[in-house]
Ligand binder design. Sequence first.
Ligand SMILES: [Mn+2]
Length: 315
Amino acid sequence: MSSNVNLLKDPKTVAVIGCQFRGGQGKMGVEQGPVHLVNAGLLGQIKELGWNVRWDGYQSYEHLEEKITVETDPNIGRMRRPRLVSNVCEEVSKTVEQHAKEGQFVLTLGGDHSLGMATIGGTLEVYPELCVVWVDAHADINTPETTDLGWLHGMPVSFLLGISNVPEYSWTKGKLHPSRIAYIGLRDIEAGEKATLKKLGIKTFSMHHVDKYGIGGVVKMALDAINPTRERPIHLSFDIDSLDPQFAPSTGTPVWGGLTFREGRYICEAVCETGKLIAMDLVEVNPCLTDPASAKRTVAAGCALVRAALGEELL
Ligand SMILES: [Mn+2]
């Protein structure tokens, strides 16, 4: 394990939350991501790296899904399932905040990426100086005005930045400053998102930059921008669809031309090496969309990314 995580309390503990939530997007199966990751041995693998594991169990949010049905949750503007996503994310946010407050590394297994507003919202409460590395094929920065499809998994960053104003989401406090988030792996961005990224001057590293500078250069530039003295705590939000579909085919919105497995793993290694990583999300693993072998490959890649972020070294 990385020995220099001075922000975490001893004994070094990873709190793992298995978020079985799919309400931020339209496909069945992403709620099974945590089950497949855990069944692949992820918790044992984390222990082998020297961490204590506090497993929170699978969180199914049935109590909220029963209360907030399709009928009682009509669209707000173009936003689909807005109240369900808000309620689930508010609950997840409190859980993440509690673990972070106790000095634990918080690992959230999704579930869809709408959860990003919850997890980062939670860590920001404990670490106001936090910066975010968002690894994704998509920018997930749509607002209710710019979204084409209306699914919340394409919008979490806008709530973190406070540029989406929806009364039902008043619990999202918009505390993340645009200078504190960098993207890596982008290659499928909507027109409204491009305008937002430009307007806010957000550091974006698309696959073009990965090709041009190499992944080592890109991660260094990303960290130099959001964490120049490497003193800020880091939250890594890793969407498995950042990887090319040949490495991670089982995901809801695959896009060709993505990160290789090695490039994805390198990002995790490099962020871990800073000694400042305090939380990670691994989201959008949907084992139900492909044949079992492809699902297994995707889950194995996800486990390896988590291990790298938690200090597994090749040598
Ligand atoms: Mn995403």
